[in-house]
Design a binder for this molecule. Structure first.
Ligand SMILES: Nc1ncnc2c1ncn2[C@@H]1O[C@H](COP(=O)(O)OP(=O)(O)OP(=O)(O)O)[C@@H](O)[C@H]1O
Ligand SMILES: [Mg+2]
Length: 417
């Protein structure tokens, strides 16, 4: 874990852009962005590498810009990963406390966690994070730190997040080809949550949606911990594609029209009447275009939200989310999106902008940077982010996640996997 004042770099390799942020942790636990780079993403689709050379070039462009803007040199970075290959499992285990007075010692906790942190994964998967959801002492749930408590039996519930080794290997190879060492990998749903959710929201229950270009990352928090994650391999690019086909115009023009005029609130003020549509060179009148855009964009976003709602509902946690939805990522800028999300989920919604971060306003106020900022926050372990790494780091008997992960990276680089 980097210390205060140490500079670190985060690279978010998205479907539409690659962003590199260089930041440091200030004394008040605020992350300060010292430099950033933004390049157009090439060779990535729905979170997956489809052209290693193109991705490497996009990373190099983004890193170079971040270096220029900060006058700093980057040789290692934390990176984000997403895609529908990411999945999770809950694991629960208990043990009997052996000490004569039944007081839980650190050794008991370490033993219980290493016992529970084992799932039978097919060989093509690798664990990315293990999150401690809660401890249970003699059936009493919701214990955060059991050391020192007296109990006959101690249980722990873990959320183990894993992903496809080969898909991660491709991302790792792109970063390596850009001459960068990887410090750690973090799933993007977790990163964006770290950036935009408040502690109160995580404690009470909240749903995070990061709607990007090619994916929508979902995380659900309850009792301070992530309890669910999902990646829908669909984002704003599909909406642009729908507009391009529906209006019979090129993708770039559809993208411009979407950003300027699309509005999924049916009662929107008539934006198109105020704008000059002649400059768009489209063969239709304003009213028709308004209705067509509304129909195309709202039906796609509604469909995406309904799929996500059903996924969360299948897991049985939709009724315990008092803080509702927090929406971030580039597509959160779609006009009227909050009204639509509140209607689909029947919950309050807000836009998620990074909290406890300082730096250029074009970064800190722009939802496309939520993942990058969250990767930095994760790296600095702001808010005492609790990953199994923290616990295992205290116990030299086990390899920490960071150590295991670096072994995984090294194996890949040596071609052993
Ligand atoms: N004003 C706007 N209105 C609607 N959509 C917008 C607006 N600005 C940006 N977008 C959309 O945001 C998307 C890009 O968001 P973002 O940068 O978060 O994606 P990404 O991180 O590159 O992709 P992903 O996370 O899916 O891999 C694009 O589809 C773009 O059209
Ligand atoms: Mg993204």
């Amino acid at each position: 874990m980097p210390g205060k004042d140490e500079l670190i770099a985060a690279i978010d390799i998205g479907t539409t852009k690659v962003s590199t942020l260089i930041g440091r942790l200030k004394k008040n636990n605020v992350v300060e962005i010292k430099g950033y780079g933004l390049s157009k993403s090439r060779g990535i689709k729905k979170g997956l590498v489809i052209d290693i050379n193109e991705v490497t070039k996009s990373i190099l462009d983004s890193v170079e810009l971040a270096e220029k803007s900060s006058n700093l040199f980057i040789d290692n970075a934390y990176i984000g990963v997403t895609g529908k290959h990411i999945a999770f499992e809950n694991n629960y285990n208990e043990l009997t406390i052996a000490s004569p007075n039944k007081i839980v010692r650190k050794i008991d906790v370490d033993r219980l966690i290493s016992l529970t942190n084992r799932i039978n994964l097919p060989s093509q998967y690798e664990v990315i994070h293990t999150i401690i959801k809660q401890f249970v002492a003699d059936g009493e749930k919701g214990i955060e730190d059991p050391i020192g408590l007296a109990t006959e039996r101690l249980g722990v519930e873990l959320l183990i997040i894993f992903g496809s080794s080969s898909i991660m290997r491709n991302i790792i190879n792109c970063v390596k080809s850009a001459n960068l060492e990887i410090e750690d990998i973090i799933i993007e749903a977790l990163a964006s949550s770290e950036a935009v959710l408040s502690n109160e929201e995580k404690d009470s229950g909240v749903i995070l949606l990061d709607i990007g270009g090619g994916t929508t990352d979902v995380a659900v928090y309850k009792n301070k911990k992530m309890v669910f994650t999902y990646c829908l391999p669909v984002g704003g690019d599909l909406i642009t594609n729908d507009i391009s086909i529906g209006l019979n115009i090129p993708f770039a023009k559809a993208e411009e029209i979407k950003k300027r005029f699309a509005n999924v609130d049916y009662n929107f003020p008539d934006l198109l009447n105020k704008a000059s549509i002649s400059e768009m060179n489209i063969n239709t009148n304003k009213t028709t275009l308004s209705i067509q855009l509304y129909n195309i964009v709202s039906s796609r976003i509604k469909e995406m939200m309904q799929i996500i709602k059903d996924k969360i509902d299948e897991y049985g946690i939709l009724n315990s989310i008092p803080c509702g939805l927090v929406i971030t990522g580039g597509s959160s800028q779609t006009k009227g999106i909050l009204k639509m999300s509140s209607a689909v989920f029947n919950m309050p919604s807000r836009i998620g902008i990074c909290i406890d971060v300082e730096g250029p306003s074009e970064v800190v106020n722009n939802p496309i940077f939520s993942t990058g900022v969250g990767i930095l926050k994760y790296a600095f372990q702001v808010d005492n982010f609790e990953d199994i790494d923290n616990i295992n780091n205290k116990s030299r008997n086990n390899l920490s996640f960071g150590e295991r992960f670096r072994m995984f990276v090294n194996k890949i680089l040596k071609g052993e996997k």
